[in-house]
Ligand binder design. Structure first.
Ligand code: NAP
Length: 305
């Protein structure tokens, strides 16, 4: 029986794996895709201590190397169910495996939110994208629009200017939500233009994106921005559906834990972007992953007494 099963191989899950495996616990990390989570889609990370600048994929490669070096095993499978068993252990069901484990650390993160306007679903992959790092090279010398005014929108918008001829950021308020350093950088970038305060109305195009129709929040004035790409960065939804009947969730669907990452179910811990908290960053996910692993090791030890 593995001691600890970690759901999700983003920064939180991998940090938990490093601490858990290094503490001598048999550690299994299960991720529905490749290790990495959201940061794997980030071109340039410049606020992770110790690195002035590192790409998301490089940071993840180092974490995977470190976790496996200490003995963690990483498997690619989607976790479907987590069932607490009498005696304080768990049965975890994946798409093709069932694991009996002593403790579970839930680090499944969050997924990009849709803006829910006509044309979005139909044109996803045909000009509508949720990942600049993945898709920006397709828009070399083209005009693109970014929807959103948070850190992600400005970060990714800045990255898009390496390829696109023009990047228009459409945000629903006059005031951007992003941190000041990202705003300053965007305002200085000649390729970035703003449409404030405008709401997205429809992504237009038959087989591919041709424009974004927007409406002025106050005057109701409508106009269309011709473009070949629309990048949607309007926040994230926590991937916590599996915990809905197990743990307490906040109003946004994020998992509630105590300071030691314990949910209300003994032996079930949560860390990273799926957790209810102020700051969702790699550094906070890693700190929580470390705490969850140590708390889980105490729990595993308590089972044998
Ligand atoms: P966010 O901070 O929640 O911002 C979402 C943006 O989308 C807001 O500007 C919001 O407008 C807008 N929005 C939401 N729903 C909308 C809708 N239906 N229609 C139009 N606009 C809509 O999300 P995020 O930017 O993805 O950031 C998520 C977390 O990751 C944050 O904690 C952020 O600090 C962190 N992050 C950090 C960095 C960095 O440090 N470099 C980079 C990326 C992400 P309002 O402002 O009006 O609500």
């Amino acid at each position: 029986m593995p001691d600890v099963l970690i759901v999700g191989a983003g920064t939180g899950g991998l940090a938990a794996a490093i601490y858990s495996a290094r503490a001598g616990l048999e550690t299994l990390v299960v991720d529905k895709a490749y290790p990495g989570g959201q940061i794997a889609m980030t071109e340039n990370v410049e606020n992770y201590p110790g690195f002035l600048s590192i790409s998301g994929p490089d940071l993840i490669d180092k974490m995977v190397e470190q976790a496996t070096h200490f003995g963690a095993q990483i498997v690619s499978e989607e976790v479907r169910r987590i069932v607490p068993i009498d005696g304080g252990t768990f049965q975890v069901e994946g798409t093709s495996s069932v694991w009996d484990v002593k403790a579970v650390i839930y680090a499944a993160g969050a997924t990009p939110r849709m803006v829910n306007v006509p044309g979005e679903k139909e044109l996803t992959g045909r000009g509508v994208s949720y990942c600049a790092t993945c898709d920006a090279p397709f828009f070399r010398d083209k005009e693109v629009v970014v929807i959103g005014g948070g850190d992600t929108a400005l970060d990714e918008g800045h990255y898009l200017t390496r390829f696109a001829a023009k990047v228009t950021i459409v945000h629903r308020r006059e005031q951007l939500r992003a941190e000041q350093i990202l705003q300053d950088r965007a305002f200085q970038n000649q390729k970035i233009h703003f449409e404030l305060p405008y709401l997205p109305v429809e992504i237009q195009g038959d087989s591919k994106v041709e424009g974004l129709q927007i409406r002025h929040r106050d005057s109701g004035e409508m106009k269309t921005i011709p473009c070949e790409g629309v990048f949607v960065f309007v926040g994230y939804d926590p991937s916590t559906g599996l915990l809905a009947r197990l743990a307490d969730l906040d109003d946004g669907g994020y998992v509630k834990t105590d300071d030691n990452m314990r949910t209300k179910v003994p032996g079930l811990f949560a860390c990273g972007d799926c957790r209810s908290k102020l700051l969702r960053q790699a550094i906070t996910a890693c700190g929580e992953g470390a705490t969850a692993a140590v708390a889980a090791s105490h729990y595993v030890e308590s089972l044998s007494h």
